[in-house]
Design a protein around this ligand. Structure first.
Ligand SMILES: [Zn+2]
Length: 257
């Protein structure tokens, strides 16, 4: 499907009879005017985003959760929808200047908002995160997080804190969440993840020492999976970077077998 316009108000997505996507975000109902953003990344594929109050969309069909829609899109559309969803969320959450309180207006030429009162410019927020598959020979460490809605074992992940490198954050997160030490940290790939504005940096890391001790406020269970168990294990769906890390590890083990 060629996307020319994405109509948006956050986290629920509709398509209209012309096949255009519509987002709705409840907090946009409070006096927000219709806003338009140029999301074009490639000149041959111009995309504009229209952000509108949810009330304008209530008569549309029931809609999909953004996560459902992303699970059905291809590699070309995923970044566009992720970008659109993040700009919608940012737009709704940044209506006033955080320094002086004046209303923010569109930036003259950047994808940003500016304050005419004090001159502050605010860009869409990005939150860098690490996500890692810890491996030990033919085994990988997967965890069932406390916030998962279903039985699912996935890679470990967490936000990079102020002053940290991605590698430091990875070592800290793995230590905090499962009590294990790692080394030989290798970058694999990254993914924009619009829940609500994460940029996931995916790494492999080698187990060094420690017994698995799940952090009870974050992890329900964590354990080692042999690569031959992964076909049957409740792992994340293919569109996620967690799955890409798991699949790459699985392919490497199969090749070496
Ligand atoms: Zn200001």
């Amino acid at each position: 499907m060629k996307i020319e316009y994405i109509y948006a108000t956050g986290d629920r997505v509709w398509s209209d009879p012309q096949g255009r996507w519509l987002f709705a975000q409840p907090c946009c109902d409070h006096g927000l005017a219709i806003e338009e953003y140029d999301l074009t990344l490639l000149p041959e594929q111009p995309i504009r985003l229209v952000v509108m109050p949810e009330a304008e969309l209530r008569d549309q069909a029931s809609g999909l959760q953004l996560r459902q829609l992303l699970s059905r899109t291809d590699e070309a559309q995923f970044p566009l929808l992720s970008r659109a969803a993040q700009v919608v969320t940012w737009s709704g959450h940044h209506r006033f200047c955080s320094r002086c309180g004046d209303a923010l207006v569109h930036h003259d030429h950047d994808l940003a908002k500016q304050c005419n009162g004090c001159g502050l410019t605010q860009y869409p927020r990005l939150s860098p995160c690490i996500i890692t598959l810890v491996t030990r020979g033919e085994y990988c460490l997967l965890a069932h997080g406390i916030r998962f809605n279903e039985v699912r074992y996935s890679t470990l992940a967490g936000f990079i804190e102020a002053g940290e490198s991605a590698e430091d954050a990875l070592s800290r997160e793995v230590r905090e969440e499962v009590g294990v030490e790692v080394n030989n940290i290798r970058y694999h790939c990254s993914q924009s993840w619009p829940f609500p504005h994460s940029l996931m940096f995916g790494f492999f890391a080698d187990y060094v020492s420690g017994e698995i001790v799940p952090e009870p406020e974050e992890i329900v269970d964590a354990r080692w999976f042999h690569y031959t168990e992964l076909d049957e294990a409740p792992i994340p769906p293919p569109f996620t970077i967690a799955r890409q890390l798991i699949d790459a590890f699985h392919a490497r083990c199969v090749k070496a077998d």
